[in-house]
Each structure stands twice: as structure tokens, then as C-alpha cells.
Design a protein around this ligand. Structure first.
Ligand SMILES: [Cu+2]
Length: 251
């Protein structure tokens, strides 16, 4: 995708150069910014790589009721490392986005689901004040307990299978833990940011932020529940997609 993108940008550049030649004397070098019409096609994407050897997954000792929902042992890994050492479940977002930019969410927020006494997804993002759904898909009671630092705590029970409640957070906070007080192994983490430029890495550690970012300098930060955080300055150039590579855990 990156290559195709660059190729399109190059073709665009050539077209501008060609049409420019018709009007005035040919220029040896065209200023980069004049070539691309809009910065909104800038794409920030990349990968988070796990450094070292991940500890082996642990078997979760479920209680009797949750155990009935599974036929096999349930394991949990502190770090889910995929192909090429890519680290999954990393929250990636930008700092330094001008106020009001990217202020409309990219569609509906993800639903935090409880299935088989596990959270799905374990790491997700929402915008400040964006409502998201919390669902209990299990035939038993969970309680949903947010333990924020900057936001207001909430704690309520979901005793009914299929029950859905909506919540939102009013302040930025990365990452904020949500836990279940009935099942102590259940933890989910949400990144709350004031704009839409965030993503969670996939199974191979890859991410792509939504488009619509004005050119400029930003800090990109990757945060993992167990791996800490790492930040790097990036320069976003209109029409360009230069993949970012970040490494965790941070030391
Ligand atoms: Cu629970």
C-alpha cells in the first residue's frame, strides 16, 4: 500500500511538473509542498516491534462458572508477538495535534465485550466524550470497574446476558484500566484522546492512523499495558507515507 501510495504521489508530482512546464520556464526542482494539493492524504502508519523474548503465556485459573464457558484451558500472554516480532495490542496515537483537527470520530466507537469471562478487545481507543458500548455476552454477572487517574471512576454490575451500557470519558488518558471485580484476571485498557488519530496494532504489530492530518511535526507515542511507552518525533509531509517503526518494551 505504501509503495502504491508513493507511486501515485510521484505521478501527481510529474503531472504538476508537466503542467507547470507549459506555463513557465522549466524548473530543475519543484518545491515539494507545491506538488501536492492537500495534506489530508498524508498517512501515518508503521509497526511496533517487540524487543527480546516474550515470556510464555500463563494459564488463567478461571472460577467454576467461567470454566463452564470453555472446553479448553484459557491462556493469557503479557505480550502477543506475531510475525516478524510485531507486537499486538499496542495503543498508538499522536501528540501535538492542533485543537479541533480530527475532532470528528472515525465512525462508531468499538464495543468492549465480555465473552467467556474475557475482554474483547483488551486494548482499544475512544475520543474524549465519545460514547462507547460495554456488553456482557456471558450468562453470568460481570462488574465493570474503570479505575482512571484523570477521569471519573465508574463501577456497575452487568448481571444480564446481552446487557449493554454506554459510557464515555471526559478527559484524555492513556491508558486507563477497566477491570472486573468478580473475576480478577479480567483487565482491559482504553486510550482516551482528544482527536481521531489513534490506532491499536494488529496481530503483526502493524497500525495505520486515520487520514486527515495536516503536515507538520508530531510526537507519535506507543503504549502497551505491560511494555510501557515509547515516543518519537515524526514529520508529516503531504502525500507521503513513510512507515514509522517503534520498539517496546521501553527500558
Ligand atoms: Cu467478570
Amino acid at each position: 500500500m505504501g509503495k502504491g501510495f508513493r507511486k501515485l504521489a510521484t505521478i501527481g508530482a510529474l503531472l504538476v511538473l508537466v503542467s507547470g512546464c507549459k506555463r513557465e520556464a522549466p524548473q530543475a526542482t519543484a518545491p515539494t509542498n507545491a506538488v501536492v494539493a492537500s495534506g489530508n492524504d498524508a498517512l501515518v502508519s508503521g509497526r511496533v516491534i517487540f524487543k527480546g523474548t516474550p515470556p510464555p503465556p500463563r494459564v488463567i485459573s478461571l472460577d467454576a462458572n467461567c470454566g463452564k464457558l470453555h472446553t479448553n484451558a484459557v491462556t493469557e500472554a503479557d505480550f502477543r508477538v506475531g510475525e516478524g516480532g510485531g507486537l499486538a495490542e499496542v495503543f498508538v496515537y499522536l501528540q501535538g495535534v492542533p485543537e479541533g483537527v480530527g475532532g470528528t470520530p472515525e465512525g462508531e466507537a468499538q464495543t468492549l465485550d465480555q465473552q467467556g469471562c474475557l475482554y474483547t478487545p483488551k486494548v482499544f481507543g475512544v475520543m474524549v466524550n465519545q460514547k462507547f458500548k460495554i456488553r456482557n455476552s456471558d450468562p453470568l454477572m460481570h462488574n465493570v470497574h474503570a479505575v482512571p487517574k484523570a477521569n471519573t471512576e465508574f463501577n456497575f454490575a452487568q448481571p444480564i446476558q446481552g446487557q449493554v451500557n454506554e459510557r464515555a470519558f471526559s478527559k484524555p488518558e492513556v491508558l486507563l484500566r477497566i477491570k472486573c471485580d468478580v473475576h480478577q484476571w479480567m483487565n482491559a485498557y482504553v486510550g482516551v484522546v482528544p482527536h481521531k488519530f489513534f490506532a491499536v496494532t494488529d496481530n503483526d504489530g502493524r497500525f495505520a492512523l486515520p487520514k486527515g492530518l495536516p503536515p507538520g511535526k508530531y510526537m507519535i507515542e506507543a503504549v502497551h499495558p505491560k511494555g510501557g511507552r515509547v515516543a518519537q518525533e515524526i514529520t508529516v509531509v503531504a502525500g507521503e507515507n513513510k512507515p514509522v517503526e517503534l520498539t517496546l518494551p521501553s527500558q
